[in-house]
Design a protein around this ligand. Structure first.
Ligand code: UT7
Length: 336
């Protein structure tokens, strides 16, 4: 953490990266497992296929590969990275997977830790890392990673949820600046009262250590989701938080170049775009190929758009993550 500069007033966006496992699970293959069809999944969600981790594709591996490509785009010496924040709900080590990504990268001067906020995780991690960069504590360069392996926690017999999720990772490289702030504004919310709509709860079975002293062995139940309630929550809250943020920052939706929403369901993307009067060609979507990769969706779709020359320097991105918690958030970004 060299080069402490108390004038760091903002962040700039320097690079992006992503990684998805090779294994492809198509809708028609899912229909061999549960009572569903390609037509039903495609028309209700927009998803055609998703990637599924196999051995060797855990959150550390996927996050590492996404981070490395972001660092290459930023053209950074890895030793200059001060901070690595990994948003994930599915670490391959419950004590945290970020330090193992740090070790694989060889980012010896960074501090690395996990942050959990389900599908809002990447946005919450980006905002948190930005506060470190602006906070005067000497943090100058950060890698923010979203990586999840929900396929390990999906109930593959529940057709109401198993069709949605896939695995992957994305990362952004951000740097402190003393001239401007390209994280123009943000907002974050949670509502634990509605938390039961989407859970990945612990499932403890009672064991005995010695006579009269019990312990609860650690394990998790598969994802439990009330799809209709999560859908209603998303189409109601996401436009509200984005509209408020745009207003607060004196922006109108016609100034937005790209609407980047958590990739949950194409119908949610369309509905939010309609409400904000942002046309379809400005709404980034890749859920047809990857489904809902939880904390990874936002950096994954941003990275794809940057590498396809869609997002360009100085483009304005309105982004929103939402999901379990319930949690949701929004950020207004200028790329570059
Ligand atoms: O990061 C956040 C993660 N979660 C979400 O984003 C979830 C948001 N919710 C959704 O995307 C949608 O609610 C789903 C795609 C999960 C479900 O779509 P829906 O249009 O809300 O369907 P529904 O739950 O209202 O079910 C309608 C019908 C039901 O049959 P009946 O009772 O009308 O006979 C379901 O049993 O569709 C049936 N159904 C299916 N049929 C074929 C539910 N899942 C399936 C399926 N294939 N996979």
């Amino acid at each position: 953490m060299e080069g402490i500069n108390f004038n760091q007033i903002g962040v700039s966006f320097k690079g992006s990266g992503s990684y998805v496992p090779d294994q492809i699970l198509t809708n028609s293959k899912i229909s061999q497992k549960v009572d569903t069809s390609n037509e039903w999944i495609k028309s209700r969600t927009g998803i055609s296929e998703r990637r599924i981790s196999s051995l060797g594709d855990n959150v550390t591996e996927m996050g590492y590969k996404a981070a490395l490509t972001a660092i290459e785009m930023a053209n950074w010496d890895i030793k200059t990275i001060d901070l690595i924040v990994l948003a994930t709900s599915t670490p391959n080590d419950l004590f945290g997977s970020a330090p193992s990504i740090q070790a694989k990268l060889g980012a010896a001067n960074a501090v690395a830790f996990d942050l959990t906020a389900a599908c809002s995780g990447f946005l919450f991690a980006l905002i948190s890392a930005s506060q470190f960069l602006k906070g005067g504590g000497g943090f100058k360069r950060a890698i923010v990673i979203g990586a999840d392996q929900l396929s390990s926690f999906v109930d593959w017999n529940d057709r109401g949820s198993c069709i949605l999720f896939g695995d992957g990772a994305g990362a952004l490289a951000i740097e402190a600046t003393n001239e401007f702030d390209n994280l123009i504004g943000f907002d974050m919310r949670t509502d634990g009262e509605r938390g039961s709509f989407l859970n990945l709860p612990s499932k403890n079975t009672k064991g005995s250590i010695i006579d009269n002293i019990d312990f609860l062995s650690g394990a998790f139940s598969p994802i439990q989701m009330n799809g209709q309630e999560v859908y209603k929550f998303a189409v109601r809250e996401v436009p509200i938080i984005l509209e408020k943020l745009l207003k607060k920052m004196n922006y109108t939706s016609d100034k937005v170049d790209w609407l980047v929403l958590h990739q949950a369901n194409q119908r949610i993307l369309d509905s939010v775009g309609e409400r904000l009067k942002i046309p379809g060609e400005k709404i980034l979507s890749n859920l047809e190929k990857y489904g809902n990769t939880s904390a990874a969706t936002i950096p994954l779709v941003i990275d794809e758009a940057i590498r396809n020359n869609r997002i360009k320097q100085n483009d304005i991105i309105a982004t929103s993550g939402f999901g379990a918690g319930l949690s949701w958030g929004a950020a207004l970004i200028k790329w570059g």
